[in-house]
Write a protein that binds this ligand. Structure first.
Ligand code: NAI
Ligand code: 15L
Length: 269
């Protein structure tokens, strides 16, 4: 592959992939509405608002693969989510269909299934149970991925990312943590696989607590190497023992499941 497009390249995961994937393909085409900084060797910078149909069509023209990270990455106002995550995701899949059908890694989220309880082990057939408007938008993106493969043959992997940060920030993330290095290996596996169809993949490292089963996606050959266990003492030492009846503990989506409906918030909050 010559050119991979990364949307959301000014964000946390996009910036990390920008550093880690440089040299893996000939060109990284990097896009965002945020500041992308200076162009480095092996890069093209193409600022683009995901809600702009024509802009996204131009953005995708000529790429061999897409890592679609761009969008609202936490709960937020419905209109913001509609523009960035619903319209934006539709534009990406539609542009792929019109420009040679590059494979897409779609950054979905555990919040598409966040209202499943922690005791439930989920596989690729788990029902969507979004815990937020944000989670609903990720379920929409996964369904777009399914539709564009079934109808047009656009291949994709929708990754239900757990919590991909340098290290787990709380007790829940001891289960949901995905190390940056495991995520980089996953991205490479997704684009190196001979076929992907439209696959849902859970994004968690080899942590002690396992909520998700990737058996259905074993053909991708991705296996996590890291574990949150190295951070357990530090995390548990810094946070109180949680109440097991707290919805943030009961449900996989944690605080997203426990929070009120975003559109009911007090003005200004
Ligand atoms: P982030 O918020 O740091 O990055 C998102 C980027 O998207 C930002 O740079 C933002 O400017 C850009 N963006 C937002 N609206 C846009 C629009 N309308 N047009 C163009 N660009 C727009 O988020 P992060 O953590 O890097 O996550 C990347 C993706 O992975 C997101 O889609 C997020 O939902 C998903 N994800 C991340 C997880 C994590 O643990 N970091 C967990 C689950 C999912
Ligand atoms: C997500 O979907 C968010 O993008 C990220 O910021 C974290 O909140 C993560 O889920 C999580 O559940 O820890």
């Amino acid at each position: 592959m010559k050119t991979i497009l990364i949307t959301g390249a000014a964000g946390w995961l996009g910036g990390m992939l920008r550093d880690q994937l440089n040299g893996w393909v000939e060109t990284l085409r990097l896009s965002d509405i945020g500041d992308l900084g200076q162009t480095r060797p092996g890069e093209e910078l193409v600022p683009c608002e995901l809600g702009d149909y024509d802009g996204v069509m131009r953005l995708v023209d000529g790429v061999d693969g897409i890592v679609h990270l761009g969008g609202q990455s936490i709960e937020g106002e419905f209109e913001t989510i509609v523009n960035a995550n619903l319209r934006g995701c539709y534009h990406i899949f539609e542009a792929a269909r019109k420009h040679g059908k590059p494979r897409i890694l779609f950054a979905s989220s555990n919040h598409a299934i966040g209202f499943h309880e922690r005791e439930t082990r989920l596989d690729g057939d788990a029902l969507h149970r979004p815990d937020s408007l944000y989670g609903v938008s990720k379920a929409f993106g996964e369904n777009l991925a399914r539709y564009y493969y079934d109808k047009f043959g656009v291949e994709s992997v929708s990754v239900r990312i757990g919590s991909c940060f340098e290290k787990p920030k709380d007790r829940r993330m001891l289960a949901t943590w995905l190390s940056p290095s495991d995520f980089v290996a996953m991205v490479k596996a997704v684009f190196e696989a001979p076929r992907t169809g439209a696959t849902v993949l859970y994004g968690a490292s080899a942590n002690r607590e396992q909520w998700w089963d990737n058996g259905h996606a074993a053909f991708l050959g991705w296996k996590p190497n890291d574990s949150s266990e190295q951070f357990r003492a530090e995390v548990e030492g810094a946070t109180p023992v949680p109440d097991p009846e707290d919805p943030a503990v009961r449900y996989q989506g944690g605080s997203f499941a426990a929070a009120g409906h975003f559109e009911d918030r007090e003005p200004g909050s």
